[in-house]
Design a protein around this ligand. Structure first.
Ligand code: BGC
Length: 743
């Protein structure tokens, strides 16, 4: 008897330990006890109700019955704080168990105060600043009752035709992971605080690899690509404590994510021990029927719950069919309990049971707070990338400017995609900022009213240009041309924008192009028509003052490309960290070099395009400054490292120009021989360094050798010993390689 008791107690201890060990959300035994207690009081119908998320809006009364009956666990898309309080009141005060709702919204790059789109955030290479922006977004959104955002989007995107490239951090796994962690920390802050907003890492997984860049399309990622490239940012964000995760729309190798047991159950829950909430994307459960992966809603509901999905966004599949599936024995009530536990855990951890309501007046007061606008402006400043400058920038204070182009005064469009709650009345456009700062020096002739407009002649613009010292042409994309469901096959400037630049060039006046866009556009044909080009992914509410500061040198550009800029869309996908081919590019004939009726041969030929060569327009990590930087004395503290060592990398950076500036120093590594082919280079560290003119600084960075681990032939993550190369440089295409070994 005694022995059984001891055995039982040890078993309980092991179980308790394993639960703690599997906690990525930071849940405590107290939280678990509360969740279990509540769960034990719930009927099956009430449990299933928690697993149902609906898009609210309109009249609250229409949902009153469902709320009283406990049929809704979460709502999205209601932002009116008074209505949110009313939803909560019905759930908390009129349902049997009084469980509060999780109120959610796509707060993607700010709530009211909008920051640059996420691709622009990534261009800052400044996780601290990005974390601050996410914190501000959370302060504004939670003040209106929103406690769950569907952000950050961690999809690696290597094809700029895909409109949703705007919503993520670009093509690189390492940069994406750092940005993702920063946003999770920023949104969630201190969970016990009422300004904490649950992050939702999405879209799990591989969605950014949509075939041909066509949104919602199939992906064909191998397990190795998933593990080495697409999954690490999610794993990093889970480790940073992300409370929730969203499954994606795409099917990978035939299996839609919302029914993908391998990625959700085996990897996310099993390998990473994720104990947060998994929600579907909007009707992605229902879309498994369209995919041909399930017969009807009942079938897909079964597949989703079995894959490990906890909450159904907008399919009503769980609400309509789970009870029946449990009664038939197809789904075990234990699986439902687990899902509901994951949902209730988030509600308890956010303190919703204690504070379900929001103070409406106080909430309004924090929107667009001066410190929020200042942070948005600083972020827009850090995110702009200088891609060309023949010396015309920075501008001198007294210049007479012609401001032109469809994005010069486009308060809606400069906010970018996913800016539902941004109000264009609060946007400061470049035109407004320049007029306010330089009264009497600005002439404005738009030339084109919007980015797609076509026009034959620009007489009015050209006449005005003749009276100006400099032309500032704000071109790019309207917000609606990127984002979800907005893929493009042609990435040139739309409408007659290129013609406008060309015409302006003919005046002989210096032309500065500022591009505001949701993706890296193919601007090669426009470069010869401007003396300087500043690329600003849609910069948000304070884009205008930020760009004015950059143009006049109050702030020196420091952003770097978070994604490769292509010469033509036909090069996509093209990214810096591709695997080494058997015939790496070493130069070769181009289209016009090929003799007529040349005989067929492939001998000596390498991997490139006959018409566009092997290189992009601008590589990953690239960006100019108003000053210049030199790297010297790049050293490693050893030549041979053990697998548990931490590498010491040092270098001296010198500001060789005439003004203060910030450089983003980047460390790349290549593993020369692997059990499988390896990327030609991979970003492993970066550092923002600000130097006065003439100043030199020796910088030391630490890189644990364990960071060189990858999934090789045996699909086990480890560092494979051998020879490596390392670069420290200002972009992914520069620098001299150093060699080292790992034994
Ligand atoms: C998008 C998600 C978004 C959801 C809710 C979907 O269409 O793919 O990213 O969070 O809608 O608005």
């Amino acid at each position: 008897m005694k022995r059984t008791k001891i055995l039982f107690l040890s078993l309980m201890a092991v179980l308790a330990c394993s639960r703690q060990a599997g906690t990525t959300t930071g849940s405590t035994p107290e939280v678990e006890a509360r969740v279990d207690k509540l769960l034990s009081q719930m009927t099956l119908q009430e449990k299933i109700g928690q697993m149902n998320q609906i898009s609210a809006g309109g009249d609250v009364a229409q949902y009153a019955e469902a709320l009283r009956a406990g049929q809704i666990g979460s709502i999205l898309n209601e932002v009116d704080p008074e209505k949110i309080n009313e939803y909560q009141r019905l759930a908390v005060e009129e349902s049997r168990l009084g469980i509060p709702l999780l109120v959610s919204r796509d707060v993607i790059h700010g709530f009211h105060t909008l920051f640059p789109i996420p691709l622009g955030l990534a261009a800052t290479f400044d996780p601290e600043l990005v974390e601050k922006g996410a914190r501000i977004a959370a302060i504004e959104a939670t003040a209106q009752g929103i406690r769950w955002t569907f952000s950050p989007m961690l999809d690696i995107a290597r094809d700029p035709r895909w409109g949703r490239i705007a919503e993520g951090s670009g093509e690189d796994t390492y940069l994406d992971a750092r940005m993702g962690e920063a946003m999770v920390r920023g949104y969630q802050g201190n969970l016990a605080d009422s300004t904490s907003m649950a992050a939702c890492i999405k879209h799990f997984v591989g969605y950014g690899a949509a075939e041909g860049g066509r949104d919602y399309n199939s992906t064909y990622l191998t397990e190795r690509q998933l593990r080495n490239v697409y999954l690490p940012p999610f794993e990093a964000a889970v480790k940073a404590g992300a409370l929730t995760l969203m499954t994606s729309f795409n099917d990978n190798d035939g299996v839609p994510s919302t029914g993908n047991t391998f990625v959700v159950k085996d990897i996310l829950r099993g390998e990473w021990g994720f104990d947060g909430l998994v929600v579907t994307d909007w009707n992605s459960m229902g879309e498994m029927i369209a995919h041909g992966f399930g017969e009807d809603r009942k079938d897909v509901a079964e597949k989703a719950v079995k894959a490990g999905v906890d909450m159904d966004m907008m399919t009503y599949g769980f609400l309509s069919h789970l009870e029946e599936l449990v009664k038939e024995g197809a789904v075990k009530e234990k699986a439902i309990d687990q899902a509901v536990r994951n949902i209730l855990r988030v509600k308890v951890m956010l303190g919703l049971f204690e504070h379900p309501y929001v103070d409406v007046a106080a909430g309004r007061a924090v929107q667009y707070a001066p410190e929020h606008l200042a942070a948005a402006q600083k972020t827009a400043e850090e995110s702009a990338i200088l891609l060309k400058n023949t010396g015309v920038l920075p501008l001198k204070a007294g210049v007479r400017m012609l401001v032109t182009g469809p994005l010069a005064d486009a308060p809606h469009d400069q906010l970018g995609t996913w800016s539902f709650d941004g109000e264009k009345e609060h946007t400061v456009t470049p035109l407004k900022a320049l007029q306010a700062r330089f009264p009497g020096q600005v002439t404005y002739v738009p030339g084109l009213q919007f980015s797609r407009e076509k026009r034959e002649r620009f007489d009015d613009v050209l006449a005005a240009a003749r009276h100006a010292d400099v032309v500032l042409a704000f071109v790019g994309e309207e917000a609606i041309l990127s984002g979800e469901a907005h893929s493009l096959a042609d990435l040139n400037l739309k409408g007659s924008q290129s013609e406008l630049l060309k015409a302006l060039r003919s005046t002989g006046k210096p032309v500065v192009a500022v591009v505001m866009a949701g993706r890296p556009l193919t601007i090669e044909r426009d470069l010869p028509h401007c003396d300087a080009l500043l690329y600003s992914f849609h910069p948000g509410t304070m884009g205008g003052p930020a760009l004015a500061n950059l143009l006049f040198g109050d702030v020196v550009p420091s952003g770097k490309t978070p994604v490769t800029f292509l010469r033509t869309a036909g090069q996509a996908p093209m990214y810096y960290n591709h695997n080494m081919t058997g015939r790496p590019f070493i130069g070769g004939l181009l289209l016009d070099d090929i003799p007529l009726e040349a005989g067929q041969t492939s001998l000596g030929n390498t991997s490139y395009y006959l018409d566009y060569g092997a290189y992009p327009l601008f590589p990953f990590g690239y960006g100019l400054s108003y000053t210049t930087f030199a790297y010297s004395d790049i050293r490693l503290d050893k030549g041979v490292y053990g697998k548990d060592d931490v590498m010491g990398i040092s270098f001296t950076l010198t500001n060789t120009g005439n003004c203060e500036g910030t450089e983003i120093a980047q460390v790349y590594v290549r593993d020369l021989v692997g059990s499988v082919t390896r990327p030609v280079k991979e970003l492993k560290a970066f550092e923002r360094i600000t130097l006065a003119p003439g100043e030199s600084r020796t910088v030391t960075l630490s890189l644990p050798v364990s960071e060189l681990a990858f999934y090789g032939l045996d699909m086990v993550k480890k560092v494979e010993p051998g020879d490596f190369q390392l670069w420290v440089a200002g972009d992914s295409a520069s620098g001299e390689a150093l060699s080292f070994k790992v034994k």
